[in-house]
Design a protein around this ligand. Structure first.
Ligand SMILES: Cc1cc2nc3c(=O)[nH]c(=O)nc-3n(C[C@H](O)[C@H](O)[C@H](O)COP(=O)(O)OP(=O)(O)OC[C@H]3O[C@@H](n4cnc5c(N)ncnc54)[C@H](O)[C@@H]3O)c2cc1C
Length: 474
């Protein structure tokens, strides 16, 4: 039986980055992938966020044929079915206040998963990892009660002091190690998407850099669009409703509703303008937790990426999370092996560091953020908010139908009239703000109170002086 320093199960982004990190550090690594090539299960694409450029120097070399930079995000708010026409649209480039240069330049880059996954796996191979394809892991080896290797379909065994489970949402390593029997219904969602091919020139002319678009509306839930160089995929309300609303999720029929809402006029017009042709239909499971999962390691085993349940709690972005956790798990594996202790207690530093890391921070305020998004799925609230946005925009900037000054003067009373609606949003937003920025806010509040006391004091004494001079308040 061949022995390695580290075995990684699954050559998705999480597994390949884990294998690359460990191989670069001089470990002998076996990377096992069940498919004929990494990314085989996906013909479609995805959006890689700028965090990957911030955290992984090798990503600067990424230059795939299918890449399209997304420098413009668009949100379309539609009227209710059956019209589903646009009532309000916002689009913007990245904020200049973002904390690192790439984030100020673009939001994401869209590309095909089969190209990306192969590219990262090749990096792992080039660093010295052994990549074995068409190798389905069906069992775990144990020594002294700890995980100590894997068994392939067919019975072949490989040994290693540490195994990294990067085998995705239906992780065999999570199940066989006893870390998880099955996802609870509230921890996982089904997501559907239709991938379209479209000529590059038309993509350049029609979509250009607006590579992420979302469609919201009362009773619609919304579609989203991710564009790459020669096509795009559209996810339907099966995706966004289930992503935004726990309430809706119980009666969601993702496939049916995706097909229905692909008929929304703005979507149809876009696909016609692109001359888009359907290329692939996808239905996937996706972990979706609102708190950072904690049962992600045992003696000799660490779970990363989807296997660990790490997609973030709002949009379920998961590729950067898989890469980040993969690298961290490989670093911890090396450290613990050097110390000669790969027990659960020793590997616990993986969880501790992940909780402290940017991946852990994505879970702060997760439940509250989701509730904010649920407003978009609430037919009543989303319609009222959309119409308020329309009124504010028209009255302040776009009116041609009525005297301009009268329109502008309407804006403030409109906001006041809609205070109860805005308070609904504030009731969700403020507790989240306190969770994330509590200390800083309390500091501001103390400063404001101090200032108020100071002003109150001086105003009070000025008043007192005035009273005396004038013979008392009038
Ligand atoms: C419709 C949809 C759209 C998405 N869009 C985005 C997006 O735009 N941006 C984003 O960041 N995230 C997106 N995600 C989430 C993202 O796809 C995942 O979070 C990410 O792929 C997780 O990476 P991973 O390496 O953990 O797992 P995976 O990518 O699932 O890779 C697991 C690998 O393990 C292999 N494997 C599984 N079992 C075994 C086994 N027993 N033996 C050997 N090999 C095995 C698989 O073949 C696979 O190659 C999307 C998800 C869905 C469903």
């Amino acid at each position: 039986m061949k022995r390695y320093d580290l075995i990684v199960v699954g050559a998705g982004p999480g597994g390949s980055v884990a294998a690359m990190t460990a191989a670069e550090a001089g470990m002998e690594v076996l990377l096992l992938e069940r498919s004929r090539y990494p990314g085989e299960k996906n013909a479609s694409g995805f959006a890689l966020s700028t965090k990957a450029w911030r955290d992984f120097p090798f990503i600067a070399e990424l230059d795939l044929p299918s890449m399209r930079y997304n420098r413009l995000c668009v949100a379309h708010f539609l009227s209710p079915p059956p019209e589903m026409e646009e009532r309000f649209t916002i689009s913007s480039g990245p904020s200049r206040r973002m904390s690192y240069p790439e984030a100020r330049d673009f939001f994401t880059a869209g590309m095909l998963r089969r190209e990306f996954d192969q590219w990262v796996a090749e990096k792992a191979r080039a660093a010295g990892a052994t990549l074995m394809l068409e190798s389905l892991v069906t069992g775990l080896r144990r020594e002294s009660g700890r995980v100590a290797g894997v068994v392939l379909e067919g019975g072949e065994e490989f040994a290693a002091p540490v195994v990294i489970g990067a085998d995705g949402v239906l992780s065999v390593t999570a199940r066989l190690s006893g870390l998880r029997t099955k996802w609870r219904p509230d921890q996982v969602i089904s997501a559907c998407a239709v991938d379209y091919a479209a000529p590059r020139e038309r993509m350049d002319d029609v979509v250009h850099e607006a590579g992420f678009q979302a469609y919201f509306g009362p009773g619609i839930g919304g579609n989203y669009l991710v564009a790459y160089a020669d096509g795009l995929h559209l996810g339907g309300p099966g995706v966004t409703n289930s992503l935004v609303s726990r309430l809706n999720r119980s009666h969601i029929k993702p496939a049916r509703e995706l097909l229905d809402t692909l008929q929304a006029p703005p979507t149809r017009r876009l696909l016609r303008a692109l001359g888009a042709r359907p290329r692939e239909w996808q239905a996937h499971l996706l972990p979706w937790m609102d708190r950072m999962p904690t049962n992600i390691h045992s003696g000799g085993l660490m779970l990363v990426g989807d296997a660990a349940g790490l997609p973030e709690p709002l949009y379920a972005e998961g590729v950067w999370q898989a890469m980040y956790s993969g690298r961290l798990a490989a670093q911890v594996a090396r450290e613990c092996e050097e110390e000669g202790d790969v027990s659960a207690a020793s590997l616990a530093r993986y969880l501790e560091r992940l909780e402290e890391s940017p991946v852990g921070k994505e879970f702060v305020g997760g439940a509250e953020l989701r509730r904010l998004f649920e407003i978009m799925g609430d037919p009543g609230l989303s319609r009222e908010l959309t119409e308020l946005a329309v009124d504010m925009t028209v009255n302040l900037f776009m009116s041609a139908q009525e005297p301009k000054a009268e329109c502008v003067a309407r804006a403030l009373p409109l906001l006041a009239e809609n205070l109860p609606l805005l308070m609904e949003v504030a009731r969700i937003y403020l507790p989240m703000l306190l969770e994330v920025e509590g200390e800083r806010l309390r500091g501001y509040l103390a400063a404001v109170k101090g200032l108020a006391a100071l002003l109150g004091g001086s105003a009070g004494s000025a008043w007192d002086e005035g009273d005396k001079a004038e013979g008392g308040p009038r």
